[in-house]
Write a protein that binds this ligand. Structure first.
Ligand SMILES: [Zn+2]
Length: 110
């Protein structure tokens, strides 16, 4: 095949043109694209659930919803958003503790 940028002949299995460095359109590229989109949308749902459970943990059954929040934070981390996943796990851990503290506080006030 020939480079569509400079017109030099190149191996059909090469990804870049050896002459000008132009990236060649290979048939391996489009098959990667949809899988990345599915993974990121899966992470989006995990992020949403993690935040939702974290907020719920502040007011209602902190050990359960805080635990679920940390779990979905871990899922986010597994899906490739490592920084955000760890942040969600820390925030949900904090929500769990704050929720339990508020629960104990309101119980002792009654
Ligand atoms: Zn070229």
């Amino acid at each position: 095949m020939f480079c569509n940028n400079c017109g030099k002949e190149i191996n059909s299995d090469s990804v870049f043109c050896g002459s000008c460095g132009n990236q060649l359109i290979s048939n391996a590229q489009p098959s990667v694209q949809p899988r990345v989109q599915i993974e990121s949308s899966g992470a989006g749902l995990a992020i949403f659930l993690s935040i939702l459970f974290g907020i719920t943990a502040l007011f209602f059954l902190p050990p359960l919803f805080g635990g679920l929040g940390v779990f979905f934070g871990f899922k986010v981390k597994q899906k490739g958003n490592e920084g955000l996943g760890i942040a969600l796990m820390v925030v949900n851990g904090a929500c769990l503790l704050i929720g339990m503290f508020l629960g104990v506080l309101s119980f002792s006030l009654l």
